[in-house]
Design a protein around this ligand. Sequence first.
Ligand code: HEM
Length: 88
Amino acid sequence: MKQNPFQQNPTDGRVSAADRPEYAYFPFGGGPRHCTGMRFARLEMQIVLGVLCRRFDVELLGDPDFEFDPEMTLRPADPVRVQIHERH
Ligand code: HEM
């Protein structure tokens, strides 16, 4: 499985988020007992990411075309090294 997460659509345009089957990606579970904090958690992640992106630039050190390891969670097969720069 080789994909580039730095592209706007990391699925390479094969499946857009809107077309994705409901249970292709379900980090908050599904069905009647799905996570009640889902909307809060998503909003919080967007806010935290926005604050971090405003304050810092993240520079990728190395090849952006790396392998993924689809385990319980999807993770890069090898460490991804980045350098964080404070924005001025
Ligand atoms: C990134 C953050 C979070 C992730 C990935 C996550 C994920 C999950 C998952 C996978 C479940 C099990 C759903 C199922 O059985 O189908 C769950 C249940 C639950 N989550 Fe979260 N959760 C997150 C944040 C939160 C937050 C912030 C709250 C509360 C403010 C919360 C409250 C709950 C509750 C109450 C349940 C049990 C729902 C039930 O059994 O009816 N979660 N969560």
